[in-house]
Design a protein around this ligand. Structure first.
Ligand code: 5AD
Ligand code: SF4
Length: 349
C-alpha cells in the first residue's frame, strides 16, 4: 500500500499497521492531505470548539535528571521556587473567574509539597467549580489515590519515548516499566489519563516513532501531548539539533486519526519554535486544546524546561482574550464545557 492509502485507511478505520505508521511518518509528499484529514476528524468530534486550560507551574524543584530538561536537578544555575499553597489557590480562583474550566498544576518531580499540602490545594481549587489536571511526575498508587480523592480529575505523564535503550539513556535512574506502572495506576483510579512524546530526541527514527504512536493507541489514552525537543542550556543535550515543529505536527495529525475523540494540546514547545504560526498549524492539524501558562511572571521566568524564546507577559484575562481571538481567526471558538475529552465522556456512559 502507498502512504496515501495508509492515510485513508487511518482516516476511515482509525487504525493501521506499524508499517503503515512508519510509511506515513517517512513520506513528505502527502503532508497537507494528512493535516486536512486530521483537521476534518477533529472538527467532526469536537464541534469546532477548543478547550482553554490554565496552566500554573507550581514549582520548578526536581529530583530527576532527564538529559533534555533545563530543570534537571544537576542544573545548579536554576533558581528554584515553590509557590505557596494559598497563592496557588488564589491564582486558580482568578483563572476560574476569567472563564477557565480547567486548572492544570504542573511541577518538577519532587515531594516539596507534602501530600497533605497537595490535597489541601486540590480541595481549595475544587471550590471554584473547575476540573483539575495534574502533571507532577511519577508517584505511588497511594499518592495518586489521595489526589484523586481530594478532587483531581486528570493526570498528564508523557512516556517521552517507548524505546527501552533511549529511555534509559535519557532518564538516568528511571525506568520505562515504572512509567507504565504509573500510567496504569492512573487509569485504574479513574483519572482521565494523558501521555505523550518528545519528538526529535537524538537517535530516534521513524520506526521508533511508529512504535511510540502504536503505544499511545494501544494504551487508549484520553489525552496526548506531543512537542518538539528544544535543546536546553546546561544539559547533556544542549548541543544537539532538536526536533522540528513539522514532525511534531505530523505526529499530532496521525494521533488524531488514531484516537479521534481524545484531547490533544497545541503544545507550548511548538509555539516556542514557531511563535507566529505554530499553535495555529497544530490546531488545523488535529489539536483541540491550548494550555496557556498563567503562572505569575516572576515564576514563569524560572520555569524553563527549555529556553523560552517567546512569550508575552500578560495578565490572566488578557491571555484568555488573546487565545479567544486566535480561535476566532481559524473558525473555532472556546469551549464552555468542562474540558473532558469526548473519549472520556463516552466511556462513562
Ligand atoms: N524541550 C521540549 N520539551 C521538554 N520537556 C522537558 N524538557 C524539554 C525540552 N528541552 C517536556 C517533557 C516533559 C514535559 C513536562 O516537558 O516532555 O514531559
Ligand atoms: Fe524533572 Fe520533568 Fe524536567 Fe525530567 S522533564 S528533569 S522530571 S522537570
Amino acid at each position: 500500500m502507498s502512504s496515501l492509502e495508509f492515510i485513508n485507511e487511518l482516516y476511515n478505520t482509525h487504525t493501521t499497521s506499524l508499517k503503515g505508521l512508519e510509511e506515513i511518518i517517512k513520506d513528505e509528499s502527502n503532508c497537507d492531505y494528512l493535516f486536512e484529514a486530521a483537521d476534518k476528524t477533529r472538527r467532526k468530534y469536537s464541534k469546532q470548539e477548543v478547550h482553554l486550560k490554565a496552566l500554573i507551574e507550581i514549582s520548578n524543584i526536581c529530583t530527576k535528571t532527564c538529559f533534555y530538561c533545563g530543570l534537571r536537578q544537576a542544573n545548579k544555575v536554576v533558581n528554584r521556587y515553590k509557590i505557596e499553597p494559598d497563592d496557588i489557590i488564589n491564582y486558580a480562583k482568578e483563572a476560574a473567574q476569567v472563564g477557565y474550566k480547567t486548572i492544570v498544576l504542573q511541577s518538577g518531580e519532587s515531594n516539596i509539597f507534602s501530600d497533605d499540602d497537595m490535597c489541601k490545594i486540590l480541595r481549595g481549587i475544587k471550590k471554584f467549580g473547575v476540573q483539575i489536571t495534574l502533571s507532577l511526575g511519577e508517584k505511588s498508587f497511594e499518592q495518586y489515590k489521595a489526589y484523586k480523592e481530594a478532587g483531581a480529575n486528570r493526570y498528564l505523564l508523557r512516556i517521552e519515548t517507548t524505546d527501552e535503550k533511549l529511555y534509559k539513556r535519557f532518564h538516568p535512574g528511571m525506568s520505562l516499566d515504572n512509567r507504565i506502572r504509573c500510567l496504569q495506576d492512573l487509569k485504574t483510579l479513574g483519572y482521565e489519563t494523558g501521555s505523550g512524546l518528545l519528538v526529535g530526541l537524538p537517535d530516534t527514527n521513524p520506526e521508533i516513532l511508529a512504535k511510540d504512536l502504536m503505544f499511545l493507541k494501544k494504551f487508549d489514552f484520553d489525552m496526548v501531548g506531543i512537542g518538539p525537543f528544544i535543546p536546553a542550556d546546561n544539559t547533556p543535550l544542549s548541543n544537539e539539533k532538536g526536533g522540528s515543529v513539522h514532525m511534531a505536527i505530523k505526529l499530532i495529525a496521525i494521533t488524531r486519526l488514531l484516537l479521534p475523540n481524545i484531547n490533544i494540546p497545541a503544545t507550548t514547545a511548538i509555539e516556542t519554535i514557531d511563535p507566529n504560526e505554530g499553535r495555529k498549524k497544530a490546531l488545523k492539524s488535529g489539536a483541540n486544546v491550548i494550555m496557556p501558562s498563567i503562572t505569575n511572571g516572576k515564576y514563569q521566568d524560572l520555569y524553563r524546561l527549555y529556553p523560552k524564546k517567546f512569550y508575552i507577559k500578560s495578565d490572566v484575562s488578557e491571555t484568555y482574550t488573546k487565545f479567544d481571538n486566535l480561535l476566532f481567526s481559524i473558525g473555532d471558538k472556546v469551549s464552555l464545557e468542562n474540558g473532558d475529552s469526548m473519549r472520556f465522556n463516552q466511556r462513562l456512559k
